[in-house]
Design a protein around this ligand. Structure first.
Ligand code: F6P
Length: 543
């Protein structure tokens, strides 16, 4: 860390100590323009961070931080295709998949735009073939149900987007089986007709044990009901490991690929989006890509102080590194984004849940926060109690659309908006003990009882939130939202000084599961196994 960087961190921390107890609501009284000054618009999206403690000084220092870590140069290196994923020696080019500019993009002297367009053409041909019924099952009947077999980045994106874009869904039904728990596959298949069911094996590596186990069981499902000869007609595959898919076997003309420079959690833009193209059609998928592409162009071109992803990231840095808040809650007041928090969880926590810097040295400051959330208004009736009155402060991110869902449900949307705003307002202003007491007295409660009840009704307020509002959730908007969150992760990683594109932390558990399997199967014993694991194996395998 440079001396200058340390000094900016110190200045930010000192500033935070001086403003920590200053009520955020007072900032609005002191500056009538606060909302305008501490919010930004881009392409129908509004990022309002005026309900955070960030003031002019903090804002300027955060921008200094971005400049000192050379955020713009790092961003350009990613878009250019430099091998910024150093521990895997890979370029990070998911942005190329939604690039609006079709001019050549060279990776090791090869124009990858040609590969991208060819693979997309193949994916769209498969998708449109299924939608039209031209590609059918072994009995000649059109597919009515598509089952995506994948996990992590090969599941969460398409599953989340399927719910998010429900009004655009005019293709076959989609199902997602990710868990190796047989219940997931069994419960999904129970109502499906094998003759009209297509499985997509989605796996970047084609080795992930959950996906391969589900794929083999799905193959049995088809073979037992329709015969071995039918299997080829009921499977497609999406992978970077084409040879492994062929060996499965999946027919070569039913396999669509992508590349090692697309991280699993960044792969929704690639052929991993095949189920979405089947559900919504190629045109809507292209709009989805375009929405992300427009956001990318903004990230690349807008000055830092107007740059939505840069500012979104810097606000995250403020809350995590300066205010030391360990988590953030993501609350979409948009039911169709119900799976968005789970999607962002992988994107953010698998990227920035790191303990060492790029050079391998142990970090001395915090890195990625815990990300969690559920849709509003449901979450108000579940965990908002803790957000308002718990002992930890948790910055909240509210997501909400301006446009109502349907004219005949206008009152629903008004209630949704009122609730969303009420929550950020309550977090901001709180309620003093004096007010709580007065309220109780006004209700006819005796002064003694009011005095004892009032502390329970105090809201400290001064709890930060940001609101991300957009016109309407459609394919382009969803693309832009995801790209915004991706780039926020990038910006934060640049300041943390970590590699956001590897995920070695998932490996140890995978290795141990492989070595424990023979013990669970009772085929091997290990006298050196720790008492807890040995005892649990005994208990779990006694039936
Ligand atoms: O275990 C983590 C992980 O590697 C994720 O990064 C990835 O999205 C997921 O597993 C699935 O991997 P694959 O697409 O190779 O099956």
């Amino acid at each position: 860390m440079t001396t200058r960087l340390n000094s900016i961190f110190d200045q930010l921390s000192t500033h935070w100590q001086t403003v920590k107890t200053r009520p955020i609501k007072d900032l609005f009284k002191a500056n009538q323009n606060r909302f305008a000054e501490f919010s930004r618009h881009h392409d129908g999206m509004l990022l309002d961070f005026s309900k955070s403690a960030i003031d002019e000084k903090a804002f300027d220092l955060l921008l200094d931080l971005a400049r000192e870590v050379e955020l713009e140069a790092k961003r350009d290196a990613m878009f250019r295709g430099d091998r910024i994923n150093k521990t895997e020696n890979r370029a990070v080019l998911h942005t190329a998949l939604r690039r609006r500019d079709q001019s050549p993009l060279l990776l090791d002297g090869h124009n990858i735009m040609v590969d991208i367009m060819a693979e997309r053409k193949k994916m769209f041909a498969l998708a449109e073939g299924v939608r039209s019924g031209k590609i059918s099952g072994s009995t000649g009947r059109a597919f009515t149900d598509i089952v995506n077999l994948g996990i992590g980045g090969s599941d969460l994106g398409p599953a989340m987007a399927t719910a998010a874009l429900a009004p655009w869904h005019d293709g076959p039904r989609l199902h997602f089986v990710s868990n190796v728990d047989g219940a997931h596959l069994a419960d999904t298949l129970i109502d499906l007709d094998p003759a009209t069911t297509l499985f997509i094996i989605a796996s970047k590596t084609f080795t992930t044990i959950e996906t391969m186990t589900n794929a083999h069981s799905a193959r049995r499902f088809i073979a037992e009901r329709l015969g071995d000869h039918a299997v080829a007609d009921h499977f497609m595959a999406v992978t970077t490991a084409l040879d492994k898919a062929v060996d499965f076997p999946v027919r070569a003309d039913r396999i669509t690929g992508f590349w090692d420079w697309v991280g699993g959690r960044y792969s929704i833009w690639s052929s991993i989006g095949l189920p979405l193209a089947i559900a919504f059609g190629s045109k809507n998928f292209e709009e989805f890509l375009d929405g992300a592409g427009v956001l990318d162009e903004h990230f690349v071109n807008a000055p830092l102080d107007q740059n939505l992803p840069a500012l979104f990231g810097l606000i995250g840095i403020w809350h995590r590194m300066i205010c030391d808040y360990p988590t953030r809650a993501l609350i979409p007041y948009d039911q169709r984004l119900a799976r968005f928090p789970a999607y962002v969880q992988q994107l953010d926590m698998e990227s920035n849940g790191k303990r060492v810097a790029l050079d391998g040295s142990v970090l001395t400051k915090p890195s990625g926060p815990i990300v969690w959330g559920e849709p509003g208004t449901n979450s108000q009736h579940a965990f908002f109690q803790l957000l308002h009155q718990g002992t930890d402060i948790i910055p909240v991110e509210f997501l909400i659309a301006a446009k109502r869902e349907r004219a005949d449900l206008e009152d629903h949307h008004e209630l949704l908006v009122a609730n969303c705003l009420a929550q950020s307002e309550a977090l901001l202003i709180g309620r003093t003990e004096e007010d709580a007491n007065a309220q109780l007295i006004a209700r006819g409660i005796s002064p003694d009882t009011a005095k004892s009840l009032a502390p329970h009704r105090v809201f400290t307020g001064n709890r930060p939130s940001i609101t991300l509002a957009y016109e309407k959730l459609d394919p382009a908007q969803l693309g832009a939202l995801i790209a915004l969150y991706e780039h926020r992760v990038f910006v934060e990683a640049a300041v943390f000084g970590i590699n956001a594109f590897d995920q070695w932390g998932v490996e140890l558990g995978k290795e141990l599961a492989t070595s424990l399997l023979p013990l669970v199967k009772g085929k091997k014993s290990d006298p050196h196994l720790n008492g807890s694991t040995a005892g649990l194996i005994k208990f779990l395998t006694k039936a």
